[in-house]
Each structure stands twice: as C-alpha cells, then as structure tokens.
Design a protein around this ligand. Structure first.
Ligand code: IVH
Length: 668
C-alpha cells in the first residue's frame, strides 16, 4: 500500500473504531457486531505494524499501554477520598433530611439520587481533555497510580470533546457487568481454575494486575459521579454531571433529581424492586444535596460529607404459613396472585402479604395452602415468596389451580402467547381497570390534573359521575358540590384543573388515553411521526413499523385500539372537549433545504449523525435512509457504506462533507 493511502486508512479506521467504542460502551447501542469490530481492529493493527510512523498515541490499538510497571506508585490524593455515612431505614433518612433542613433553614431540599454501584472508587485527573492520572482510593489519603490499567477501560474516552475545563478531577466507580463476570468464570471453569467470588472482587483485583494486556481482557466498565474543579463552574451537582456527559464522560443514566425526602423515598422503592433487572450489582442509593453552595455550607466531618448519605438495600428472610392466595387486578387488566400470610415480622415491619408474580411462578413453586414459605423483604419493597420448605408440607395439601375468571367482574381471563401474565379483557367495565385508567389519565406524567388524586378519581367513579376520561370534561360544579365532604373551593379547583388540562400537548394526551404499551416515549415517537390523531388512526401497521422504536407488538396494539368503536367514540368526545390532538408546530430555523432529500452515511469529525440530521430537518430538508433516484445529497463521512457510495455515484447524487452542509445552510 502507498504511504499516503496507508495514512488515510489508518486515520479512517482510528475514527471509525473510536466511534464504535463510544457507541458500544457509552451509548450501549453497538452499530456493528463484535466480529466486525475485531476485523476492523485487526486491519488497523496490521497497518500500524507496517507503518508505525502513523500510529497516533490515542489509537484504539494503543489503549493497552505497553509500559508494564513493576508495582504501583503510591500517590497522595489532592483532596482526601472520603466514605459515606450509611443508613438502612427510612427513619434514619428522614433524620438526615431534617438535620439538613434545620441547619439550612430551608423547607425542602433538592437531592440527587444515584445508584450505589458495587465496585471500587477511582479518582481521575483530566488535563486539556486527556486522562492523565487514575488513582485508587487506597486509604483515602493516598492510593495507587493505576493509570495504565484504567486506560484499558473501553468506555473511557481518552480525548474529551466540547467545552471541558482545562484541568479537573472526576471520581467514580469501576465495576464489572454480571454478564462479563459470568463469562470470565465460564472460562476459568473450562481451564480448571478457581472461580471468582463476585464482580466486585474481580474488578478490584483486575486493577492491580501488572500486565495491562491482561487487564484489557477483563470487561471492566466505569461510571463517574463526582466532579471536582476549582472554578465553581456549576451551581448544582446534577449540572456538573450533565456537563461531564456532554464532554463524553460516562455517567449513570439512572440518577435522578428529587425534590424533598418523599421523592427520594419513592426513588429508593422503585430501585429496590428494579435493581435485579440491572446488568450490574448495586447495593444501595447515594443521596446527595444538589446545590453546591449548600454542600459547601454543610461541609464534612472527619470521615464523611454532611451533604450526602448512602442508603443500603437490605433483605431479610422469614418463615411463615401461607393462608390463602388472592388475585389482584391492575389498571391494564393484568392479574397478580398475592399470598396471604400468617403475619410475621421482617426488618421491623409486620408482613401479611407477598407477591407471587404470575401463574408460572406458582407452578414452579407448586405452592399450596398451608405451606411453610420463605418470605424475603428488602428495604421498603413488597415482600416476595422466595421458596418453600417442602419437608413441612401438610399431608392433605392440594396443588393450586390458577383462576380462570376475573375476581372483580367474572370475565374469562386471557393469556397471550409468550406472556407470563393473565389478563382480564373487560377493560371498559372491570372496576379496578376503569379506576386505574382514570388515575393514569389525571396522573402527573399524563394530563397532570393535580386537583384530582387517586382517591378523588375513585370517588367520582363510585358516584357514577366519571366512567371514562371523557366524562371528566362533562363534570359540572353542581355535580361536584353535591358529593360528600366536598367544599366550594375544592370543587372549583377540580373544574379549573380540568379546564387547564385541555392545553396539554398531544403526546401527553396520547399517553394519557392509556393504550397498552404506549408509554411516554412511544407516545412522543408516534406524535412526531404522524402529527395528528387522524393520521395515527389511519396508519397501517406497516407504516407504524417504519417509526423508530415501534415494533410489531406496539404497532398491532395501537392499530387494534383504533378499530374498537368505543375507543373511537371516546376520542371523538375528547376532541369535542377541545383536547390537543395535533402536534405543536415547531418553528424551523429556515427553509433553505426545502424540497431536498438527504441521505447520511459514515462517521463525522465535528458532529454526531443525529446532530446533522436535525440540522437538515430544522432547515426544511428531508432525511431518507437509502439512496434512490429521488436523493439529492449524500452527506458522507469517513467509512461511508460501500453500497450507498456506489449507488450514489451511479445516480449522480451530490456528495457533501459536514462542512459543505454547514456552508450550504449558512450561505443560502
Ligand atoms: S459519592 C464525598 N456516589 O461508595 C462523596 N459514592 O461509601 C463520596 N459509591 O467510596 C462518594 N456509588 O466507592 C458516591 N454514586 C456514588 C457512588 C459512590 C458508589 C461508593 C464509592 C465510595 C463509597 C462510599
């Protein structure tokens, strides 16, 4: 290969591989298979071996540094790495909140809740956007310099982008996903080596390996959760993390700003239940005061910050007798079997009920009335049955058949193929489903009618005033004031809240209607794609499938929803009540690209593909996915797909670089 070509190809491969690394590790959206990735990496390795003069220091092949260090150098931390105070229950958390409110004199504190990842703490130093040093926590005062090893972590960018401070420190946690851990153990078992105990141990052991090539084989990952810089650039912790993310630093997406301690407790409950679905282990939640000035005001004790605390999830198991099995019906008609238990104390509370999840779980356990069951409760979540002491099974016990009819409305239950849950299909009349739908409709993320809470929704239903969302809009002051314990002020508030909700945008209305599988995100995608309820109602399944993130199951359910005359009637009534059923028009920056069709391919230096797509669309142009005779321009980056390239050349499509596209918009 010629020198110039080799240089070009090495540059292309470097950009491409970096982009794929970023997609894989940071976005968790790989665009190519591992095999394809390895082939590209091989090609680059070979080329670099032939033309070492073109190896860039931050080449993806160089992530494993060659300099094997003998032992690790101990470095003193610029600021000590403290630990966190721990709590295991709600009361201690409330005490923490009260202390802060008292000492600051504020009524409500804004917190950031972050999952506490079970790994090992690390301190990273960046200079001019480059990682220059990584130090372990050590004893908190000094730690080991493990920079070379840390650089092998693929989700760590070696060069940041955007508007980063010239010098800063960032702390975070290095950990291993459970899958990677299991793979590693599979290999060890195959080699007759002792298995590792848990992902945390492997992660911490891996950083101490002397040979970075070995470290690179360990699938380590990192989340950063604490930015330290001297200029006071950010007013809040959450802002600093968002900024870091914009520079390409990996932060946890699960973090949340919570206003007040009740909102914090809600976060804990959600994650206590959901944490087992994560790809990594978490042992609790870290709660931090968001405002940086407040943090400073609160300061530190010798060991821990006063503005943060760790809440640890905990579990405790007890044994008790199963008295009965009841069935609950949710908003969507999903049936949940619930075990009624001989009351037993776990973690200081009395447990009388536990979830049995679904028919499969009941079958798996072969659970029977009178069984001695193991009940587990972690933190605040609903307890669950984790096993049965079969040795104590009463002699005359009988297997439990799952119910065939709805316990609330006696409709025959259905179970869709491939689904674990049974459903009651009587969505329009089954009481808990109707009330559930009303509650969902007025909910915060839906129509956000704050004057109607869950209780009020139920009262309105029981008094036969509201049976479907459209009925809310026919409510009168006279009807409300006639209700028990209803004051004039509350009645007015309700009427006003309902009126105001008419301004909620179409995507909220679509979410509020409560079509199964249409969550907030799906609602947004559908609105962006179809713009009006008319278009959406008339869309075919095929048309819906073309929309990003809309799969077979969603498309079919949405389509079906609009075939049902009762649903159509409901929408007509909501329309007459003047709810929003059209997307709000977004003002475009310009219309200079009007009538032009663009296709984009390859990787770009200064913009992401999504940014370039937005740019085209915001200036009146249209994006298409494949090159056809209608295509006007191909925006081509490095590594353009060969088929697109060939077709575009054949059809005489004009090629544009990202700069040329920008020029086109600016000079028109
Ligand atoms: S903040 C002064 N945030 O927990 C701030 N720590 O018990 C101190 N940890 O050494 C740390 N996830 O290893 C913080 N989101 C998170 C965390 C976290 C895990 C670990 C970290 C720390 C230990 C403190």
């Amino acid at each position: 290969m010629e020198l110039a070509n080799a240089k070009l190809r090495i540059e292309q491969l470097t950009t491409l591989l970096k982009d794929h690394n970023y997609r894989y590790y940071v976005l968790a959206e790989p665009a190519i298979s591992d095999f394809e990735f390895d082939q590209l990496l091989n090609e680059l390795t070979h080329l670099e071996a032939q033309f070492p003069q073109f190896i860039s220091p931050d080449s993806p092949t160089q992530k494993v540094g060659g300099n094997v260090s003998d032992g690790f150098i101990t470095v003193k931390h610029q600021r000590p790495m403290l630990s966190l105070a721990n709590t295991y229950n709600e009361q201690e958390l409330r005490d923490f909140d009260e202390r802060i409110r008292k000492s600051t004199g504020l009524a409500d504190i804004e917190y950031v809740c972050e999952l506490k990842i079970d790994g090992l703490a690390i301190s990273l130093f960046f200079e001019n956007g480059k990682l220059v040093q990584a130090i372990t926590r050590g004893d908190g005062i000094q730690g080991d310099d493990v920079t070379t090893n840390v650089k092998t972590i693929r989700s760590l960018k070696h060069q940041l982008s955007g508007n980063f401070p010239q010098k800063f420190e960032m702390r975070g946690e290095i950990f291993m996903h459970r899958k990677g851990f299991e793979k590693l153990n599979d290999m060890r078992r195959a080699n007759n080596e002792a298995e590792y105990a848990n992902p945390r141990n492997v992660a911490s052991g891996s950083l101490k390996i002397k040979d970075p090539n070995e470290v690179a084989k360990r699938p380590l990952d990192i989340y950063l959760y604490y930015l330290l810089e001297d200029e006071g650039l950010f007013a809040t912790h959450s802002e600093s993390l968002n900024a870091a993310a914009s520079w390409g630093i990996k932060i946890a997406e699960t973090s949340k700003v919570c206003n007040g301690i009740d909102s914090v407790l809600a976060f804990l409950n959600v994650w206590d239940a959901k944490r087992h679905d994560l790809s990594f282990d978490t042992d609790g939640v870290v709660i931090k005061v968001n405002n940086k000035n407040l943090q400073e005001e609160l300061g530190f004790t010798a060991k821990t910050p006063r503005w943060a605390i760790a809440y640890k999830f905990q579990t405790e198991t007890a044994t008790t007798t199963l008295l009965d099995i009841k069935y609950q019906v949710g908003r969507t008609g999903a049936i949940t079997p619930v075990a009624e238990l001989q009351p037993v104390a776990i973690l200081g509370t009395t447990v009388k009920r536990a979830s049995l999840h679904n028919a499969n779980e009941m079958e798996r356990l072969d659970i029977r009335i009178g069984d001695m069951v193991f009940v587990e409760k972690g933190g605040e979540i609903i307890p669950k049955i984790v096993g049965i002491d079969y040795t104590q099974r009463p002699e005359n016990s009988e297997p439990q058949a799952y119910i065939s009819h709805c316990p609330e409305c006696n409709t025959k239950l259905i179970r869709n193929e491939g689904e674990a849950q049974h459903y009651c299909p009587n969505d329009l009349l089954c009481p808990p489903q109707v009330v559930g739908k009303l509650e969902h409709f007025v909910g915060r993320k839906a129509m956000d009618i704050q004057s109607i809470g869950s209780e009020m929704a139920e009262t309105l239903y029981k008094n036969n005033l509201v049976n479907s969302p459209a009925d809310f809009y026919d409510l009168t002051f006279e009807q409300l004031i006639a209700l028990d314990r209803m004051g004039e002020k509350s009645a007015n508030n309700i009427i006003e809240g309902i009126q105001i909700s008419k301004n909620q945008p179409f995507e909220r209305v679509l979410f509020a209607i409560g079509i199964r599988y249409v969550g907030e995100t799906v609602a947004k995608k559908l609105v962006a794609a179809f713009l009006t309820i008319h278009n959406l109602m008339n869309a075919s399944i095929e048309e819906m499938l073309k929309v990003d993130e809309i799969g077979e199951r969603i498309a079919q359910t949405v389509h079906q929803h609009f075939q049902n005359p009762r649903n159509l009637q409901e929408i007509e009534r909501l329309k007459s009540a003047n709810l929003q059923f059209e997307a709000q028009k977004i003002e475009k920056a310009s219309y200079v690209l009007e009538g032009k069709i663009f296709v984009i391919s390859g990787v770009f230096e200064n913009h992401s593909r999504d940014e370039l797509k937005d740019l085209v669309e915001n200036n009146g142009g249209k994006m298409a996915s494949g090159v056809t005779s209608k295509t006007n321009y191909l925006i081509a980056g490095s590594g353009v797909g060969p088929s697109k390239l060939e077709k575009a050349q054949q059809l005489g499509v004009v090629f544009l670089s990202e700069d040329e596209l920008l020029q086109m918009i600016q000079t028109s």
